[in-house]
Design a protein around this ligand. Structure first.
Ligand code: NDP
Length: 448
């Protein structure tokens, strides 16, 4: 990692030493520090206050054993995590991920990104993230419930509506949030907005399920408008077939685009006639099946095993699956095939090499921190509704979401214009705009 500033480069070397082998976390820190070069050159108080040294170190990181009993009466042991990264501007806020690839490094990278993302939303939320290496795939409902109850039996002591408010992420949807919430309520004897993404019958917000995917498309709409362009008639490639991917596809279609791909960890589908979302929703949300089923049900569509979704020509690419799913070679293929806009629905889906390719080829690139912040923003709106003990209509929440995404786009663009003299560099813009508010708050609150 090459950072063109001695202070930041030395700091990165220390972070690297202290977090040896944590490649996802180091990748996320490296990208932010690189963006801060023009900031520390212009504003030396960020060096003298030691705020950047502090921002790269989590305020608290808990790891715990999660023991549970499977359907065969065997004891299983998983590892649970919660990273409370930064509380300068509000209670810790960020999702829980249940996936076998979850490690301390993955949770720290996600928690670190969350600090800046939450700051960009303009809502009072600090950064946090958690999860487990538990794999929900193939587990029965009762196994999921027993796991969630065991997980919460430890987690409850670390969270609370004014302390830390977790939500969903990969492998954690409405079902898991329900079991987690139920256990928290039983242990604490309190009905509070301690989790977001709850069911609509017990404090959830309308439009939360759609929020990350819809927000992503609202963000892209701002990118398009800045180029006097629109979604109408565009071909869109989407990866993933989970919560973010499905609702990104729905909104892109509503805005007049044709979505031609979706994927899961086994392979991808290509439907030249445009993806039929009702079929995807039936397979993924109802049957919890594999995306390969789609090709068996929709004539004219093709399923291809393995990675390769980025080989499909498109105008707009929306990676919505997982980190580092789009590498430098994929980016070159997308550019060769004429992609004009890329925006990240997943967290850190593009490798640093891929981002370099996009920026060097004038592809307008929307980084995750900004482009997928609609989910957490709507979680923030869920917290507000819970505190006020009321619920807004779908339209009210959706309108607020659209406005928040516009504000995020403008904040990133303004910071990019001011600090790197290139309003299209939203990577730098999002990192800088997110950083300034948190750093200034930390300085105001004294050394901690
Ligand atoms: P889901 O669990 O609903 O869906 C994840 C999708 O990505 C599934 O289709 C899954 O396929 C696929 N996937 C997961 N791992 C891989 C992999 N290694 N290779 C290929 N495909 C993979 O999760 P979400 O949609 O909620 O999350 C997707 C991304 O969006 C994550 O990066 C998450 O952090 C980010 N995000 C989510 C938010 C939210 O509100 N949910 C908010 C902001 C960001 P399979 O079924 O085979 O595992």
């Amino acid at each position: 990692m090459k950072i063109n500033n001695q202070y930041l480069s030395d700091l990165y070397a220390r972070v690297e030493k202290r977090n040896a082998g944590e490649k996802e976390f180091l990748q996320a820190v490296g990208e932010v520090l690189e963006s801060l070069v023009p900031v520390v050159e212009k504003r030396p108080e960020y060096i003298t206050s030691g705020v950047i040294e502090r921002i790269v170190e989590p305020e608290r990181f808990v790891q715990f054993r999660v023991a549970w009993v499977d359907d065969n009466n065997r004891v299983q042991v998983n590892r649970g995590f919660r990273c409370q990264f930064n509380s300068a501007i509000g209670p810790y806020k960020g999702g829980l991920r249940f996936h076998p690839s979850v490690t301390a490094s993955v949770i720290k990278f996600l928690g670190f990104e969350q600090i800046f993302k939450n700051s960009l939303t303009g809502l009072p939320m600090g950064g946090g993230k958690g999860g487990s290496d538990f794999d929900p795939k193939g587990k029965s409902d009762m196994e999921i419930m027993r796991f969630c109850q065991s997980f919460m039996t430890e987690l409850y002591r670390h969270i609370g509506p004014d302390t830390d408010v977790p939500a969903g992420d990969i492998g954690v949807g409405a079902r898991e949030i329900g079991y987690l919430f139920g256990q928290y309520k039983r242990i604490r004897n309190e009905f509070t907005g301690v989790l977001t993404g709850k069911g609509l019958d017990y404090g959830g917000s309308l439009a939360r399920k759609q929020a990350t995917g819809y927000g992503l498309c609202y963000f892209v709409n701002n990118m398009l408008a800045a180029k006097n362009d629109s979604f109408a008639g565009k071909t869109v490639a989407i990866s993933g077939a989970g919560n973010v991917a499905i609702y990104a596809a729905e909104k892109a279609q509503q805005l007049g685009a044709k979505v031609v791909t979706m994927s899961d960890s086994n392979g991808y589908i290509y439907d030249p006639n445009g993806i039929k979302l009702d079929v995807v929703i039936q397979i993924k949300e109802v049957e919890r099946g594999r995306i390969s089923e789609y090709a068996k049900r929709v004539p004219g569509s093709i399923y291809t095993e393995g990675a390769g979704v980025w080989s499909v020509p498109c105008d707009i690419a929306l990676p919505c699956a997982t980190q580092n799913e789009l590498n430098g070679e994929d980016a070159k293929t997308l550019v060769k095939n004429g992609v004009k806009y890329v925006a990240e629905g997943a967290n850190m889906p593009s490798t640093p090499e891929a981002i370099e390719v996009f920026l060097a080829n004038n592809v307008f690139f929307g980084p995750a921190k900004a482009a997928n912040a609609g989910g957490v923003a709507t979680s923030g709106l869920e917290m507000t509704q819970n505190s006020m003990r009321l619920s807004w209509t779908f339209e009210e929440v959706d309108q607020k979401l659209e406005r928040i995404m516009k504000n995020i786009f403008e904040s990133a663009r303004n910071a990019a214009r001011e600090y790197v003299n290139n309003e299209d560099n939203l990577v730098a813009g999002a990192n800088i705009a997110g950083f300034l508010k948190v750093a200034d708050s930390m300085i105001a609150q004294g050394v901690y």
